[in-house]
Design a protein around this ligand. Sequence first.
Ligand code: B12
Ligand code: SF4
Length: 488
Amino acid sequence: MKILFVIPEVNRAEGYTKEDISYIGFPSLTAATIAGLTPKDVDFEAIDEIVDPLKESDFKRYTDTDVVAISLNMTYKANRATEIAKHFRETGKKVIWGGVHVTSVYDFHRERFEKEIAPFADAVVLEEAELVWPVLIGDLKSGNLKKIYRSLRPEAKEIPSARRDVLNTEPFLVQSSIQATRGCPLNCEFCAVTSFNGPVFRIRDVSSVTAEIKGMLTNSAAKNDGWIDRYKKSLIAFVDDNVAFDKNYFAVLCLELEKIKDEFPAFRWGGQCTLNTIEKTVVLNGKTTRLVDLMKRSGCLTMFIGIESVSRESLKSVGKNFNQPDKFAEQIRKFHDAGISIIAGMIVGFEEDGERVFENIYEFLTKNKVELSLINVLTPLPGTALYRRYEKEGILIDYNWEHYDGRHAVYRPKRMSPERLEKSFFELWNALYGSDVSIAKRLIYPASVWKIMKNPSQAAQIFSRFLINKRYGQIAERIMKSRQNILV
Ligand code: B12
Ligand code: SF4
């Protein structure tokens, strides 16, 4: 039996391209995880459309494939997923769907599930796949495939070692990803994590995580790559939503990562955490130790942090009060002092946001020298409490999933029109990334110049951040061009 696992990507100006991800991306672990759960006697091939988009003529090419598994995590890819499913079913393949969006739509928008997914699916896997995928494979083999598979949430020890050989990771800036934990119980109203992964935080055994990392580093060290490839392969992205949530686990993880860094000096890593991680301490050998110091020692290069807003009211409106704007400047400075750069997740369009929000965010990011920021329009994703609230309030105006990508206003904000929100969002994006001067204001300043003088290798890092910023500028320009109708 042969399975083709497909991660869809939209084929338009707003999807990420292969070139984009060579500046900004890291591979998803989904295909590699499902491959790790698949019995060895089953052939498994994976395609991520970001890297290898499927053309119309490709669908007939997979003559030796029996089953197509479609991973639909990101809502904005839903229409493309349907197209792929239709094409493959026309060629007689069995099509199985799974992922965050599929589960959310089944659980919270059943009528849409029946219309948009059920007619194009031979089977659907809800929630996490660890406990049911092997059962499904058995049913496929015996010709007893059921329509719906859902299991209890797996314990972390059920998460298999990822089979990264099934992925084409070469085009990504960071080629290796790993997962140590699942979930985040903080339950911010707009976030899909708590509803999908549940209110518990599950942690993998640190030794199995570090064994996987060492395996990756040993494999790449064995190859005869040039220095740029060797550098790229020594970077590892944690896909965990909040890797530092359990501070004691995280401290142990950092200590083990430090040992890996001793063995592989080029090893560096990045992940996601909350800003208040900077205040967390643990007691090690009777001594109070800051997590950030352990992160620094273990080779942490950068963290994605959901700062979301500089307005206390906006943060409160979505239950993210643990982010405290009056502390932001100091918290960011402390990360910087530890040599850890920040990718700030920022959101515009909260109900408390007025016209000044765009200017405030620009000033905040520039003043605090935030190296990079991913700005999104607030999006009520299916399955979230925010979606349910907005639906009840009757302010949803756009039901096309393709627009649930953080770049469209799919609801009517209270204090500005949806058109104004989108236009100002792109203007902010362009202001931050569209000019070298604006980029330089965040990257080149007395303290960063001093760092380069002390350690010239820092220059390469600042240069690479500059290129990443430029790429974001190009992405904004591409999207703005394709949406000239609304942006004039
Ligand atoms: C890697 C990643 C990316 C990469 C994508 C790389 C790629 N090639 O796809 C990058 C950085 C580019 C990215 C971008 C975005 N991302 Co992203 N991303 C992730 C992340 C961090 C990790 C995915 C992963 O590897 N998970 C680990 C695996 C093991 O878990 P899993 O994918 O959930 O798979 C399990 C189950 O879901 C299930 N399953 C999943 N698929 C399938 C399929 C089958 C057939 C079966 C049986 C089972 C199954 O089984 C697996 C094992 O249990 C997730 C968060 C997360 N922790 O999952 C967000 C996540 C997928 N992203 C998300 C979003 C919103 C985005 C953005 C749209 C954000 C934005 N607005 O900027 C952008 C896209 C921008 C654009 N327009 O292009 C959301 C999606 C929510 C939604 N409903 O839309 C997530 C869930 C984060 C979140 N909680 O908000 N992302
Ligand atoms: S802290 Fe981050 S991952 Fe956790 S619920 Fe809030 S937004 Fe989601």
